[in-house]
Write a protein that binds this ligand. Structure first.
Ligand SMILES: *Cc1c(COP(=O)(O)O)cnc(C)c1O
Length: 365
């Protein structure tokens, strides 16, 4: 298909597949791997990467919100889908009809799901969320969890929680509270097929907390966040564009809004069609660079919505139409996602999750 834009996000499906294999190898055959592909698959395109994850043993595909799950459901009518976030009771029916496994956070939401399921003559497949300290979603009230588990319209397939990663002692306290809730329910006859608490970081750092399911997000895309463990995953995405125009300007002339940058010397300025409406952080001004012909070319001036300018003076061979790498894997003088996160004052997940819809996703093997 003809690409209608020079600014693209390239996603290497081979790397995603190998990363999945490495994660599965690390946790072993008794631990199910549920890759998290919320936020449009961490920017990579959830629908586009899903088949690779299915081929490489994903037990479920997890997203944050029902509308994300519905997009996957339309593309993949049968694959198990999981919503990690809150879905209000008014959306119970559509969730159940579409066989989407839903997180339940308290008794009132659980009742809404149970009632909707009974009205449909179906069961709602759900996992209970235990609030072990993060205080985002869930409850730690054991009687409430038991009441939720006993509702007639629910098929309670699992239970989970999420670590704050505040430190080993705090994490252990969360895990202990989680297991107390699990034990309480199991002692009262609730059967729980899946129990899970580990995300990307904790599945590596805390093998003792893997239970029988893990939920890696960033790790699937090759973004390593472990504090102790290691795994040789590969960053699967790169973002690139092409120089649209080159201007030769004189020392003292300004570039972009407010002329906040002025050329300290005669300068070759290249324009590249990527801006903050593509998800490129606006606060990269005076810090960011793009890579042209292996040379780091700093951005100059205020970054615009759809374009930015780079200093090509140290890359005298650069031509209009040349590839300009926005994010690479760090080799060949390219900016890696971790470096971009550091320069923009955020984390790796935000750098990729904020890549908006406009750059076409291009899948390579
Ligand atoms: C996003 C998310 C994950 C995956 O997080 P990573 O840090 O990217 O591995 C796991 N579990 C829950 C509940 C999440 O919201």
């Amino acid at each position: 298909m003809e690409l209608l834009r020079d600014t693209i996000l390239k996603v290497d499906l081979g790397k995603i597949g190998r990363n999945m294999d490495k994660i599965r190898g690390m946790v072993g055959p008794d631990v199910a791997v549920m890759p998290v592909i919320k936020a449009n698959g961490y920017g990579c395109g959830a629908v586009g990467i899903a088949p690779t994850l299915m081929e490489h043993g994903a037990a479920y595909l997890a997203v944050a919100a029902l509308n994300e799950a519905m997009e996957l459901r339309e593309a993949y009518p049968d694959y198990p889908l999981f919503v990690l976030g809150f879905t209000p009771g008014r959306l119970a029916e559509i969730t159940i009809e579409n066989r989407i496994t839903q997180t339940l956070v308290n008794l009132s939401q659980a009742k809404a799901f149970s009632d909707a399921a009974l009205a449909l003559g179906m069961k709602a497949k759900v996992h209970l969320k235990v609030d072990t300290g993060f205080h985002r979603l869930g409850t730690a009230d054991k009687e409430e969890l038991l009441a939720m588990a006993q509702l007639p319209g629910l098929d309670v397939e699992g239970i989970f929680s999420h670590l704050a990663l505040a430190g080993e002692e705090e994490d252990e306290a969360q895990f202990r509270l989680f297991m107390e809730c699990v034990d309480y329910l199991e002692a009262r006859g609730v059967s729980l097929r899946y129990k899970h608490i580990d995300d990307s970081i904790s599945l590596g750092d805390y093998p003792q907390y893997r239970l029988n399911m893990v939920r890696p997000g960033a790790l699937v895309f090759g973004l390593l966040g472990f504090h102790k463990a290691t795994l040789d995953v590969e960053q699967c995405m790169s973002m690139e564009s092409r120089i649209s125009q080159i201007h030769e300007i004189k020392a003292g002339e300004g570039v972009s809004y407010d002329y906040l940058w002025r050329a300290p010397r005669d300068t070759r300025v290249g324009t590249v069609p990527v801006g903050y409406a593509d998800g490129y952080p606006r606060n990269m001004r005076d810090k960011g660079y793009l890579t042209v012909r292996g040379v780091k070319c700093p951005t100059v001036g205020v970054l615009c919505m759809d374009q930015l300018m780079i200093d090509l003076t140290d890359c005298p061979d650069a031509q209009e139409g040349d590839v300009a790498i926005i994010y690479g894997d760090g080799s060949g003088n390219t900016m890696s996602i971790p470096e971009a996160a550091q320069l923009a004052g955020t984390n790796k997940n935000e750098i990729i999750a904020r890549i908006l819809a406009r750059p076409p996703r291009v899948y390579v093997k």
